[in-house]
Write a protein that binds this ligand. Structure first.
Ligand SMILES: *[C@@H]1O[C@H](CO)[C@@H](O)[C@H](O)[C@H]1NC(C)=O
Ligand SMILES: *[C@@H]1O[C@H](CO)[C@@H](O)[C@H](O)[C@H]1NC(C)=O
Ligand SMILES: *[C@@H]1O[C@H](CO)[C@@H](O)[C@H](O)[C@H]1NC(C)=O
Length: 116
């Protein structure tokens, strides 16, 4: 069910405008901002690079249930990464997100993670 909803959301986003930003879950006004972070990596030649963003981050702990994850591509011109939620996410206290850059482009994204 969750997967179907996510696929529908992706399709909806895709028809409005091509965007390499991703959102998982829904934020509620009473949620706490758990993580607000910028992640950048330089381009390396003409290769596709794969990066991971984990919640909690290394050496951190998290006991709040994630409600929403906003991954915003700062290139804002369709040169951003392809994002996949591998494990966890909304409803869990952890998540692992994979970002695959486009060949020849680095990464420049921000993460905002909300929980309750
Ligand atoms: C937000 O979350 C709280 C705690 O789960 C819940 O009590 C409240 O009804 C939610 N508000 C909205 C607008 O969904
Ligand atoms: C990331 O994008 C922002 C907004 O476009 C820009 O100001 C910043 O310089 C970029 N950072 C890197 C490392 O490319
Ligand atoms: C998108 O923006 C980034 C950073 O500003 C830039 O390096 C890249 O060449 C742009 N891509 C396209 C297709 O315009």
């Amino acid at each position: 069910m969750k997967v179907i909803v996510q696929v529908c959301m992706l399709l909806a986003l895709g028809t409005i405008t091509y965007s390499t930003s991703s959102t998982w879950g829904v934020q509620n006004a009473t949620d706490y901002l758990l993580i607000n972070k910028k992640v950048t990596y330089p381009a390396v030649g003409n290769v596709v690079q794969t990066f991971y963003f984990d919640i909690p981050e290394s050496y951190q702990s998290n006991n709040k249930v994630i409600s929403a994850i906003y991954l915003r591509d700062q290139f804002q011109n369709s040169s951003g990464p392809i994002n996949t939620l591998l494990t966890g996410g909304p409803g869990w206290t952890y998540a692992s997100i994979q970002m695959r850059t486009q060949a020849g482009f680095g990464l420049n994204v921000t993460f905002a993670v909300y929980g309750r």
